[in-house]
Design a protein around this ligand. Structure first.
Ligand code: NAP
Length: 302
């Protein structure tokens, strides 16, 4: 029997594991693939305090994992397939086994949103990617496009500009959502061409991406752009599949918590990008994780 089981090994999960283990609670964290979640796909992080020089997201994830382990948190690579959250003893079922705990912290984060085009599933991995740092090297000296106007899209465009011949950034409005410092860097970059007010209508190619048709939303004019890679960076969907119908979910699809990270089920807490909140950053995920562990400790003590 564990005191706390944490599902998800991103910054929220590892921060929860660190605080839980340091509170002397028997702590187990499940991660299904690799440490860091979405953070691990960030090449340079410039806004996590304490690092004067940019730090790679995957490297930071490993540091977080090692720090949690140092205080006794167990980290297991296994996929959670079901949970029983009601009652004073919770059950977590994985592909390999079943575990019990007094509290559960949900930190499953989000997964990239898809465009929803019919060609998308056919050409996924054959020119369509959702992770520039994972797949960018396949497009060395080629022409690619990034779809989106947020921090991820701009960071991806900047990253790809260091590898590719040319990068189009296709955004549906005439101003970017990304933070201003990233915008300044982007506007200075000669390899990136921003295509404003435009949405992708279709992806061209049978076996691999050859191009795309985009439409200007103001003029309805359609244009073909030849690219070999399309990087989709239009935000993320919360990974709530495991807990649908078990905890309260907002209309936007996120887990609803209070300030103490409590869900509507006693002993079940949620933190990070999976939670309904205004500002999704690594630092806010880490802060959520610390609060969730503190609340779990109080729950177990009562
Ligand atoms: P995001 O902030 O939700 O931005 C998504 C972008 O995609 C927006 O520009 C949006 O357009 C556009 N978009 C959404 N749906 C679309 C669709 N169907 N077709 C075309 N365009 C679409 O997502 P994100 O950039 O992945 O960032 C997620 C969170 O992580 C944010 O809170 C962000 O600040 C944070 N983050 C931070 C950093 C960092 O601090 N370095 C890095 C990455 C992410 P509109 O603008 O018109 O809505």
């Amino acid at each position: 029997m564990y005191d706390v089981i944490i599902i998800g090994g991103g910054p929220a999960g590892y921060s929860a594991a660190l605080y839980s283990a340091r509170a002397n609670l028997k702590t187990l964290l499940f991660e299904r693939l690799f440490s860091g979640g979405q953070m691990a796909t960030t090449e340079f992080m410039e806004n996590y305090p304490g690092f004067e020089e940019p730090i790679n997201g995957f490297d930071l994830a490993i540091k977080m994992e090692n720090q949690a382990r140092r205080f006794g948190a167990e980290i297991m690579i296994d996929e959670v397939i079901d949970m029983e959250l009601e009652g004073s003893v919770k059950t977590v079922k994985t592909l390999a086994a079943e575990y019990k705990s007094k509290a559960i912290i949900l930190a499953m984060g989000g997964s990239p949103k898809e465009l929803g085009l019919p060609e998308e599933s056919l050409l996924k991995g054959r020119g369509i990617s959702y992770c520039a740092t994972c797949d960018g090297s396949f497009y060395k000296d080629k022409t690619v496009a990034v779809i989106g106007g947020g921090d991820t899209a701009v960071e991806d465009a900047l990253y790809l500009s260091r590898l590719c011949k040319k990068v189009y950034l296709i955004h549906r409005r005439d101003s970017l959502r990304a933070t201003k410092s990233l915008q300044v860097e982007l506007f200075r970059n000669k390899k990136v061409e921003i295509v404003w007010d435009s949405v992708i209508k279709g992806i061209l190619g049978d076996q691999a991406v050859e191009g795309m048709n985009i439409a200007n939303v103001k003029t309805n004019e359609e244009t073909r752009i030849d690219v070999e890679g399309i990087f989709v960076a239009i935000g993320a969907n919360p990974n709530t599949g495991l807990v649908k119908g078990k905890v309260r979910i907002s209309d936007e699809g996120y887990i609803v918590t209070d300030e103490e990270m409590k869900t509507d089920i006693p002993g079940v807490f949620a933190c990070g990008d999976i939670r309904q909140k205004a500002f999704r950053q690594v630092i806010t995920a880490a802060a959520d994780g610390a609060i969730a562990a503190y609340s779990a400790e109080k729950h177990i003590g009562t």
